[in-house]
Design a protein around this ligand. Structure first.
Ligand code: BGC
Length: 393
């Protein structure tokens, strides 16, 4: 079948729905990648929220509601932990990263016994954003959502300006602009949900305003586009100095460096509207630095599996072109994504034909085996972009 034909696109939409549906756990959770050694048995809020958004757009309302209900149970179960963290932070007591909420969960909502790069804040915001999109689109009520939104909003309102690992589970000593945008979108959704009481509402509003002001002052590079992380380091009240190297000394990370996750700050998170000069400059700079022939690298210093091109990031770039009215450009990214499908119609996490650091591929192959495939988030992004382009099964 010819990649780029209407038939090929429609088939991959339908195959993506199948892949996601097949692997959704009876609990409601979406595993990140069912067979990949390091992800097997775990669900991330970040991946899951985008997978759910893709599925919600295809009309799979009940399955997506089950996913959100699972998230709501998992988050509400940690209400006492959040209350305790907030109480200690209010008294100025240090809180270590290991005490914060987890980044990923086992499919039954536990924490598992494998070490991971906790903590990350973005998933809690991305979840509230995706929940709001789904409930508005389908007019459904998600069981337990009100309580979980209160817990997640409280957590983020208190801790939004604390450094944490980014989307790629790196650089715990920094405040990442795409993480802040996810929190901003999530708290806006929480405010609009009507689930917050007056105190929590005030705190969420302050956080939303604080994020916008901080990104505007410290998150925009000299070139007028967003930076990978804020120019000013934050303090994480007792978190140890776990960063592995001093990033500002690597020009591919500090200063004007971008990260492809910044695309989400424009669309879908809307920290900057599509036609704002910062948004325009950010999308253009990510494309200039990181896109190669339809595929998109994470950031220039990436060494994970040698730093290949990520299928899901082509989805974010395509979505931004679509949101700005550049349909042909968006289709080009959709078709590049489609071209990476295996013979079974499965989309991997990344492809390894164009590597930023070819000498670093083998160490990951030895450590974790072949690149994750299928990656459900890649399929979720295919569904989101296909829907934006009105490509249907
Ligand atoms: C990526 C994360 C992702 C996780 C599960 C990691 O390698 O850095 O962004 O959430 O895999 O897909």
């Amino acid at each position: 079948m010819i990649v780029g034909s209407d038939l090929a696109r429609a088939r991959l939409v339908s195959r993506s729905v199948d892949v996601i549906r097949t692997h959704q756990s009876p609990s409601g959770a979406y595993p990140a990648s069912p067979a990949f050694s390091a992800y097997r048995g775990y669900a991330w809020l970040r991946d899951g929220a985008f997978i759910a958004e893709g599925m919600s757009r295809t009309g799979s309302a009940d399955e997506v509601t089950a996913f959100h209900a699972w998230c709501a149970r998992v988050i509400a179960a940690r209400a006492a932990q959040v209350d305790d963290l907030v109480r200690r932070a209010a008294h100025g007591e240090p809180v270590a990263n290991a005490e914060m909420l987890p980044t990923r969960f086992t499919l039954d909502g536990g924490e598992g016994s494998d070490e991971w790069w906790d903590h990350q804040l973005d998933g809690y915001g991305t979840w509230m954003w995706a929940l709001a999109e789904h409930t508005a689109r389908h007019g459904v009520a998600v069981p337990g959502a009100a309580r979980a939104v209160r817990v997640a909003a409280r957590y983020l309102s208190w801790f939004w300006d604390r450094p944490c690992y980014d989307w790629w589970e790196e650089h715990v000593d920094q405040r990442h602009v795409s993480t802040l945008a996810a929190i901003h979108a999530g708290l806006r959704a929480a405010l609009a949900s009507g689930h917050l009481d007056a105190t929590d509402e005030r705190a969420a509003r302050e956080a939303v305003d604080g994020i916008a002001a901080l990104v505007a002052s410290d998150g925009v590079a000299a070139g007028g586009h967003l930076r990978k992380w804020l120019a000013t380091p934050g303090s994480s009240l007792g978190a140890g100095p776990t960063a592995t190297f001093h990033a500002e000394s690597d020009p591919r990370l500090g200063g004007d460096a971008v990260d492809a996750s910044l695309l989400a700050c424009v669309h879908p998170f809307g920290l900057y509207p599509v036609d704002h000069p910062v948004a325009v400059a950010t999308v253009a700079e990510v494309e200039r630095q990181l896109a190669r022939d339809g595929g998109v690298h994470r950031f220039l210093a990436d060494t994970f599996y040698g730093g290949g091109r990520w299928v899901l990031l082509a989805g974010f770039l395509g979505l931004n072109h679509a949101a700005a009215g550049r349909r042909e450009e968006a289709l080009r990214y959709l078709d590049w994504m489609g071209g990476q499908a295996t013979g079974e119609g499965e989309l991997p996490e990344q492809v390894s034909d164009v590597l930023l650091a070819p000498g670093r591929f083998d160490e990951w192959l030895r450590r974790w085996g072949p690149v994750a495939s299928p990656l459900l988030w890649s399929h979720g992004m295919y569904l989101m972009l296909a829907d934006a382009l009105e490509v249907r099964a």
